[in-house]
Design a protein around this ligand. Structure first.
Ligand SMILES: Nc1ncnc2c1ncn2[C@@H]1O[C@H](COP(=O)(O)OP(=O)(O)OP(=O)(O)O)[C@@H](O)[C@H]1O
Ligand SMILES: [Mg+2]
Length: 160
C-alpha cells in the first residue's frame, strides 16, 4: 500500500490544492493532507479551522486523510510509514525552491520519494496568499476556492 503525504500550510485551502489532492487520491492508496503548524506566524485561519475545512471538503473521498504536523517533514513522513511526498508545481517559479527541498529531503531520508503534480491550468496561478490579498481588497475569488472557504473568508474579512 502506497501512502503519500501532501504537506502545506493551506491558509486557506484553494481549488489548486483540491485539484492536487484529488489527483493524488487517484494515484495513491491513501493521501494525507498534512497541515504545517506554525508555517506562518499569524495565519488567517487557525489550525482547527484549516483542519475542519479540509475534512469537510474531502468527506466523500475516503482515502484522503487530514492531519497536522510540526518539525521536520521527513520525520513526520517516516513516523506515518509513508513513502511519498506530493508537491504541486504551478510555474517555473516554484521549481527552484521545490528542487532544493526535494533534494534536501532525499538527503535527510533516502527512502522517501518526492512526486510533483501539475494542476489543471485554470488553477495554475492561484496561491493562498493571492486569494487572501484579492479577497481583502474586495475582489471575487468565486470558483478559485471551495465554497466553504469563500463563506469563511466573508465571515472573517468582510463582504466583497
Ligand atoms: N494552485 C496550485 N496548483 C498546484 N499546486 C499548488 C497550488 N497552490 C499551491 N500548490 C502547492 O501546494 C503545496 C502547499 O503549498 P502552500 O500551502 O504553500 O500553498 P500556497 O497556495 O503556495 O500558499 P502560500 O501562498 O501561503 O504560500 C505546495 O507544493 C504548492 O506548490
Ligand atoms: Mg506556498
Amino acid at each position: 500500500m502506497t501512502l503519500a503525504v501532501y504537506p502545506g500550510s493551506f491558509d486557506p485551502l484553494t481549488n489548486g490544492h483540491v485539484d492536487i489532492i484529488s489527483r493524488g487520491a487517484r494515484l495513491f492508496d491513501r493521501i494525507v493532507v498534512a497541515i504545517l503548524v506554525n508555517a506562518e506566524k499569524s495565519p488567517l485561519f487557525s489550525m482547527a479551522e484549516r483542519v475542519e475545512i479540509a475534512r469537510a471538503v474531502f468527506k466523500s473521498l475516503p482515502n484522503v486523510e487530514v492531519d497536522t504536523f510540526e518539525g521536520l517533514l521527513v520525520d513526520y513522513v517516516e513516523r506515518r510509514g509513508a513513502q511519498v511526498i506530493v508537491r504541486g508545481l504551478r510555474a517555473v517559479s516554484d521549481f527552484e525552491f521545490e528542487f532544493q527541498m526535494a533534494l534536501m529531503n532525499r538527503r535527510l531520508n533516502g527512502k522517501i520519494e518526492t512526486v510533483f503534480m501539475m494542476p489543471a491550468e485554470q488553477y495554475s496561478y492561484i496561491s493562498s496568499r493571492l486569494i487572501k490579498e484579492v479577497f481583502s481588497l474586495g475582489g471575487r475569488v468565486h470558483g478559485l476556492v471551495p465554497d466553504m472557504v469563500e463563506e469563511r473568508l466573508r465571515a472573517k474579512v468582510g463582504q466583497p
